[in-house]
Design a protein. Structure first.
Length: 216
């Protein structure tokens, strides 16, 4: 991921790497040529499509970073092509901090994480947020899978670079849908046992009522 390293490893970062003893490994990666914007691989595109949320970081004109969460059904972030992501932005608390930040600086960082599989993907890009009616055809395409709510904007991210992150320290967490799928066989077995118990209770009650060996 040489493009990602070239963007992330600023002089201050390189100095910190030297102090912490990782400069040699980082330097080897930096010797790889920076070939410009890095297209998403099929694995990265599939990973993004499969998630129901991500973190979106922008930077203000005063230099302060701002992070917000964006969520929706899996696939609400559409991979239009290996270099472009897009989604329909719906009305929230109406602060429009990210929207304003993008007008001053279109550089963004996106963070995608799958807690259940302990996998994460970091992405640098350049983003725009425009009224959805500026591109009706694209808005209609994105409407097929989107977050519920009143659509306000069409957000597009041009991918600059991405990198897979290590799974260390990711706490496994599971969505309601994921738990339902895993627990379905257990729930089926419990239902069968409850039915079996009910049948046995009925048979026992019948024996008692008929003066059988279990009657008082």
């Amino acid at each position: 991921m040489s493009r990602y390293d070239h963007i992330a490893y600023t002089p201050s970062v390189r100095k910190a790497q030297e102090e912490m003893g990782s400069a040699a490994a980082a330097g080897r990666r930096l010797r790889e040529p920076d070939g410009g914007p890095e297209p998403l691989t099929a694995d990265a595109a599939g990973f993004i499509r499969g998630l129901d949320g991500f973190l979106f970081s922008s930077v203000s004109e005063s230099g302060w970073p701002y992070i917000q969460f964006r969520g929706g059904p899996p696939g609400f972030v559409h991979v239009l092509d290996p270099r472009t992501l897009a989604y329909l932005d719906v009305r929230g608390n109406r602060q429009y901090i990210t929207t304003g930040n993008l007008r001053g600086d279109d550089r963004v960082a996106l963070f995608f994480i799958d807690h259940a599989r302990r996998t994460r993907l970091k992405l640098f890009g350049r983003a725009t947020a425009v009224p959805a009616d500026e591109d009706p055809a694209l808005a209609e395409r994105l409407d097929a899978t989107r977050t519920e709510g009143t659509v306000e904007q069409l957000v597009t991210v041009r991918v600059e670079a991405f990198a897979w992150n290590c799974p260390n320290h990711i706490t496994p967490r599971f969505s309601q849908e994921e738990l339902s799928e895993v627990l379905a066989p257990v729930r089926g077995r419990l239902a069968a046992l409850e039915d079996e118990n009910a049948t046995l209770r009925a048979e026992l009650a019948a024996l008692r009522g008929d003066g059988g060996p279990f009657s008082p």
